[in-house]
Design a protein. Structure first.
Length: 258
C-alpha cells in the first residue's frame, strides 16, 4: 500500500511554511494533497497561519486574532529566521488565495487551529472556512481537520458533505475511536508516535482512513508503512515521493495479510 504524501504546510522544508510559495513548491514536486492551517483575524478573515501569533514566521508581532487583515498582511511571511530575505515578499495568504491556487491542482486538508475556535457557531472560523470551500466549489476536494472536537462537530452539522479528519496526540485507542465516531470523521490522524498494531487494526475495523504526520525521512516512512497508512504528512514531500517512486515501499507487505 502506497500512502499519499501530504505536503505539510506546503513544501515547508524548502519554502516558508503556509505561504503561496510553499504551496506552489508542493505542486512542483507532485504532491496530490496540501495541508494548511487557518486562524481568524479580528475583522473576520480566515488566514493561513499555524501559530496564534505572528512572531515566529513573520516580521510582525502579536496575536493574529487581535489584528485586522490589513495589519497581518503588512508583515512579511518569508520566515526570515530560516530563509533570510529570499522570500521577503511573501505575505500571510487568505484561505481564499490558497484555495484558488490549489483548486483543480491538488486536494486540500485545512486544519482549523484550536486557538481560533470560539463560542460563535454562526460566523466563527468553522462557518467561514466552510463558506470559502463551498464558494470555490471545492467540497469534494477538501477535508477539514482539527484537534478541536467541538470544531469538528460543528463542521459535521454545518457541512456534512465535507470530509472531516480528527487529529490526535497522546490519546488512548478507545478515546480516538469514540471521538472520531462522535464527530463523524472519515479520517483518523494520530501523531506518528501513537501508531501501533492495535490502533491501526481498530481504526481500519471501524472503517476509518488512517493517516499520520510529520515524516520527513524515507526510512522512517518505510518503518511506519506497516500500519497501512493511507496518508502521511511531510515537510519534504518531494523527497518522500521520489523515494516511493524509486521503490522504497515495493516489498512492504499489506497489513491486512501480515
Amino acid at each position: 500500500m502506497r500512502p499519499l504524501v501530504i505536503a505539510h504546510r506546503g513544501d515547508s522544508a524548502h519554502r516558508p511554511e503556509n505561504t503561496l510559495a510553499a504551496f506552489m513548491g508542493a505542486l512542483e514536486v507532485g504532491a496530490a494533497i496540501v495541508e494548511l492551517d487557518v486562524q481568524l483575524t479580528a475583522d473576520g478573515h480566515v488566514v493561513v497561519l499555524h501559530d496564534p501569533t505572528l512572531d515566529r514566521t513573520t516580521t510582525g508581532h502579536g496575536d493574529v486574532r487581535r489584528k485586522t487583515l490589513a495589519e497581518v498582511r503588512a508583515a512579511s511571511a518569508g520566515y526570515r529566521e530560516r530563509f533570510g530575505s529570499a522570500h521577503s515578499g511573501e505575505r500571510v495568504p487568505t484561505l481564499t488565495e490558497a484555495l484558488a491556487l490549489l483548486r483543480e491542482r491538488a486536494r486540500v486538508m485545512i486544519e482549523i487551529k484550536t486557538d481560533s475556535v470560539t463560542e460563535d457557531e454562526a460566523s466563527g472560523i468553522e462557518a467561514r472556512t466552510i463558506a470559502e470551500v463551498r464558494r470555490l466549489g471545492m467540497a469534494d476536494d477538501a477535508a477539514i481537520i482539527s484537534f478541536d472536537h467541538r470544531a469538528l462537530r460543528r463542521c459535521r452539522e454545518q457541512a456534512p458533505e465535507i470530509t472531516r479528519g480528527h487529529l490526535f496526540v497522546r490519546v488512548g485507542v478507545g478515546d480516538v475511536l469514540e471521538a472520531a465516531r462522535d464527530a463523524g470523521c472519515g479520517i483518523v490522524m494520530p501523531h506518528k508516535g501513537m501508531l501501533n498494531d492495535e490502533l491501526a487494526s481498530r481504526v481500519r475495523a471501524a472503517g476509518h482512513t488512517l493517516a499520520t504526520w510529520v515524516v520527513d525521512e524515507p526510512e522512517e516512512l518505510r518503518v511506519l508503512a506497516r500500519f497501512g497508512l493511507a496518508g502521511v504528512g511531510s515537510n519534504r514531500p518531494g523527497v518522500l515521493l521520489q523515494a516511493i517512486e524509486d521503490g522504497l515501499l515495493d516489498d512492504v507487505p499489506d497489513p491486512a495479510v501480515v
